[in-house]
Design a protein around this ligand. Sequence first.
Ligand code: NA7
Length: 534
Amino acid sequence: MTMFTDRDVLVIGAGFSGLYALHRLRGQGLSVTVLEAGEGVGGTWYWNRYPGARCDSESYYYSYSFSEELQNEWEWTERYPQQPEIMAYLNHVADRFDLRRDIRLGTRVVSAEFDDDATCWHVTTDAGERLSARYLVTAVGCLSTANVPSIPGLDTFAGEWFHTGQWPHDGVDFAGKRVGIVGTGSTGIQAVPVVAEQAAHLTVFQRTANYSIPARNGPESAESRQAIKDDYAEIRRTQRESTNGHPFLISSRSALEPSADERRAIYEAAWQRGGLRFRASFGDLLSDPAANETASDFIRAKIAEIVRDPEVAERLTPRDHGFATKRPPIDTHYFEAYNRENVTLVDVRESPIEEITPTGVRTRTATHPLDLIVFATGFDAMTGPLLGLDIRGAGGRPLREKWAAGPRTYLGLQIAGFPNLFTITGPGSPSVLCNMPTAIEQHVDWIADCLAELDARGLTRMETTEEAEEAWVAHNNEAAGRTLLPQASTSWYLGANVPGKPRVFMPYAGGFAAYARICEDVARKGYDGFVRTG
Ligand code: NA7
């Protein structure tokens, strides 16, 4: 069935971004339809249901700040929210703000085309339906396109296999099975200890050893929940003024300043407290290699202490990149899992996987019989979800062609040649280097204010210029170059995890607060770097 429907805004995705975009844009009188591929709201959290799936940001700040009532009425039960609790929260948000009536579930967008004559976007869904809107807003997340490695023989495997980001909704039974997990990023590190407890045997296939900090998860007491609520105004203010959208600031002190004993005591306290805050212990961990080495060394020593078999400990020890130059995982008994009798570590850098056979995985030097394989192999991050939409801008130019050598945007919000398209947490914005809800709220607010201004002035078309984009790409590279982040050669921030993907540092590394100030400034100067016409 083909049909034309007109509205002001089409939003693609009903996760954290899409839900807030709908609430905010509808609240200012725009007609909005959200198209969501899943059969429920939740986005990334709808799909990632693997064992141990939990957010690495703490629940009280991995949440919306736009409604005081919402943040005061919701009760988080644990320090870090588990996937089902985040889903419950987002479903509550959808109900509380009456969002469902404008969300179409089970509707996957297969293409989006800008119509120069009518100044609008036409979107086609997998059911062949065409919808149109004056503005198109992508709320597709940064980590939503699964990266399943193309290993010869996968289709011959007699057992079941799953990617963690496309997990079956009725769960997976590991009992009595020989399970393989490929990948030791944040996901693998969460899943390994949980699967190890359920499976008969677990073989972990590791390509790059990873640093990890204990999460120290636990129940949130009624008192601590109340203390947080009493302090929410200040917590939210700090988040917005911070580098990573967290409610704590990074120390201004160099890691090289204290004595070795004092430094160790600072790291030890951070290790005991647990969580991503470890990274904030000193101000130069991500800019000075010698400072970074002190943190990396501290964690390496912890791995050697925790893992009983020295050979396994050494294989688990990262030596090819510094701590937090790749996204730092946090864990609950990850390294401890390797002390179990039923867990084996296979180093696939030493002995790469050559094929998957009907009965398991064959590396260059050994065969590993398996009943079930879990791919915790990450995502085609940031650009994957956008390129998957087959977006075509002015003159029919495909985004895929424009981004052939890597993503180019202005502020991560707009793309030259793609008028009236806004990308929430797009490449070139802080996104994955930030607590996501903080980054999302800032983007949605900026876009909403921008659309209100366009309407108030009777303008109908907005597009960034090639010059503004060029300057932003250069600034982005320069901001990344001031950090050690681009030096981690296996990082998904660089696209390095997906074979053939251009190596471009994708998120904006200049810090969230600085970025938000730039965006405000651009708006104040009459949307500098954009051309707006009526
Ligand atoms: P990540 O962090 O990209 O981790 C994926 C892991 O899978 C990582 O250890 C990869 O090794 C490994 N990998 C990827 N492809 C292969 C192949 N072909 N063979 C062997 N091993 C492979 O994804 P996650 O899902 O863990 O986390 C994504 C983000 O979600 C995380 O950063 C948080 O922001 C939340 P590599 O390091 O590339 O050598």
